[in-house]
Design a protein around this ligand. Sequence first.
Ligand SMILES: *Cc1c(COP(=O)(O)O)cnc(C)c1O
Length: 409
Amino acid sequence: MQRFDTAREAALALRPDRPVYAFRPATLESDAKAFLSAFRGTTAYAVKTNGEPMVLKTLVAAGVDAFDVASPAEFAAARAASASARQFYMHPVKAQSDIRLALETYGIRALALDHEDEVAKILRIVRAQDLDPEDVTLFVRLATKGHAAYELSKKFGATPSAAVELLQRIDRVGFRSGLAFHVGSQVEDLSTYERGVASAAWVRGRSGVELAALDIGGGFPAAYGRDPKRPGPPTPEVGELVSRVQTEVDEWGLGDLPLIAEPGRVIVARSLSVIVRVMLKKGQRLYINDGIWSSLSDAWTGKITLPATLIPDPARRRATRTSEPKLTPFRVYGATCDSVDVLSRPFWLPDTVDTGDWIEIGHIGAYSLALRTRFNGFYPDEFVEVATPFETVEGLEGFAATEPRRGMA
Ligand SMILES: *Cc1c(COP(=O)(O)O)cnc(C)c1O
């Protein structure tokens, strides 16, 4: 991989017509370490967020020794990054053959579920392989309600009363029992976690079952861009949010349980940006060479304002103008011919932006590479390594980039 000091240098050296990803291992390492040091339990990185080998290897080097996995390809990716890391198979609905592979080939001993038929599936394989159920922890996934950019409890999770019965059943069969919840993604509101913790405490009390662990899932928010028209409170700092969730755990009487968290987005978002090119400027519209079917679908579904900075093409002849460049909102159109391929939030860029310029779109490390499609024949897959964090861009071009620093808002 070619290395550059900044993405701007990469853009000017390569003059790419196709999107180029700028990977920042140093940023990834420091964001991983920030979570590891804030959280007192086991950090099981959610592989689906970004399962690229270079990402997983960097995380292992930073000290991550557990992964949240959901499929055979993720078991293999996690194993390739670390032979010794623990794997938590937290998909509540699993194929019989995948359960067998998890238990037999990958030695996975922690699995999640939200229905009794799933207990039966797992039990069949445990018996066939002559395993001791005592060595296997089954986590009952609780349904939770709350505010997240993505709500996941509509899809998975047992109601508290169903969870009580499930725990008792798991206990009777001889498995070890755990409780888990996952409140969604990009959760900025502590009370969402609080409800999950409260529900876990209720279920534990009702069931009378001895618990082996509590898994508080992922969902911790990453910092993104800011839209001057949509002012809001700054994204909570991860250390602060994690410590408040831990306080909730203690206050609800669950502090004796080993904790597990499954962060994804908060660890990888800042580690990757993408350098895109403006194919055409049409008034306040910019047509770029990436879009919702490539790197930007997560921002589209989550209505996330991505930070963006302009990299003007120095070779382009510019009209002489007397006024200073002004930041203005541009609607951003994707590369494909699909009419829905339009970003849900504008980019604020200097009004001097024009056809042929590059834009560095920051903080796309989560749910970007994994969600690329080959739709319309576009599939960005070029990478460079960049040393400088995205946030350090100064001046007007960097103004639209990131949230105001805390305390400066
Ligand atoms: C997707 C997912 C995660 C990671 O979520 P983030 O919002 O990226 O932190 C964690 N746990 C489960 C069960 C998931 O499905």
